[in-house]
Ligand binder design. Sequence first.
Ligand code: HEC
Ligand code: HEC
Ligand code: HEC
Ligand code: HEC
Length: 210
Amino acid sequence: MKRATVGLAVVFVVMLASGATAQDMSKVINTPHNLSTLDVWGVVIPQNRVCLPCHTPHNARSVENGQSEVLWNHAITDQTFDMYTTAAGNQGGQPEGPSKLCLSCHDGATAIDDFGGNDEFFGNVVSSADRPSNLGTDLTDDHPIGVEYPPPDLTGYNDKSTFTGVKVVTINGVDRVECTSCHNAHDNSLGMFLRQTAEGSALCLECHDR
Ligand code: HEC
Ligand code: HEC
Ligand code: HEC
Ligand code: HEC
């Protein structure tokens, strides 16, 4: 009996040392998207239901055309955004699809703890302007979103079939760059929820052939 206990303890220590257990950053619960891990926000998620601020199995919010997107549970931004215009004169329209979902916490205006739509959650916590994660409503200093990929009539862009990390988001039949082209809200193993490493600018070079 005693031997077996010691053996298990050794295995446990080895697993901790290799980082295989508690801090698997590919799991939402270990990332900044586990809202209850952020002391500064003071957000309380009942039963530590880590998915709840963003998703619900029932009575989800309608996002577009009366239907919910990914069973969305969070308040949706009602802000108007200023969009980046590229040198070629291309500009995305007002945020749609997954980008609108991200901006429902990262716009610096919509309360981060406004989810579930009942009295349990108060909707008091809005990001302060000095936090880098607060993009605000002025997106003219941010990489363009809502733009077509590849941009029509422009060279210097790789074929999307060569992508290994990033992705295009198809909205109304058009392949576009959106927040989720570069980010995955669930997986922080590369840091900053990126889909491809920033090392050597690999992320940028997936699309830009420079
Ligand atoms: C901070 C917000 C946030 C949290 C927390 C979150 N998600 Fe998501 N989830 C999203 C967004 C945004 C999308 C849409 C992604 C897209 O369109 O690429 C999404 C999409 C999904 C999808 C649709 C398929 C996919 O992967 O795109 C599933 C399934 C899903 N989430 C499951 C979960 C589960 C299970 C949890 C809890 C363990 C969770 N999510 C936690 C934001 C979140
Ligand atoms: C329910 C609210 C919520 C939603 C929805 C949400 N986020 Fe976040 N996100 C947060 C909070 C809170 C933080 C921590 C901010 C801080 O510490 O200043 C964060 C942090 C981040 C960070 C920084 C991570 C780091 O390691 O510092 C990135 C990148 C990010 N989010 C991207 C996204 C993207 C892209 C989406 C949409 C796919 C999204 N978020 C949707 C609440 C949200
Ligand atoms: C073309 C790729 C790309 C797109 C599109 C993109 N991001 Fe990012 N984002 C990045 C990279 C790269 C970083 C890390 C920057 C750094 O480390 O300074 C980042 C960082 C962030 C951060 C963390 C800022 C900080 O310093 O804490 C947030 C929040 C974020 N992005 C949200 C978004 C949202 C919301 C959208 C859509 C409106 C979006 N991103 C679109 C590439 C992108
Ligand atoms: C998913 C593909 C994709 C990724 C990843 C990506 N870009 Fe872009 N980028 C685009 C598209 C599409 C445009 C818009 C081009 C147009 O329509 O004029 C663009 C525009 C730009 C512009 C503005 C050009 C102008 O005319 O104003 C710069 C600069 C830029 N990207 C740099 C970067 C950097 C730096 C990274 C890495 C952090 C990055 N991009 C990652 C697709 C991407």
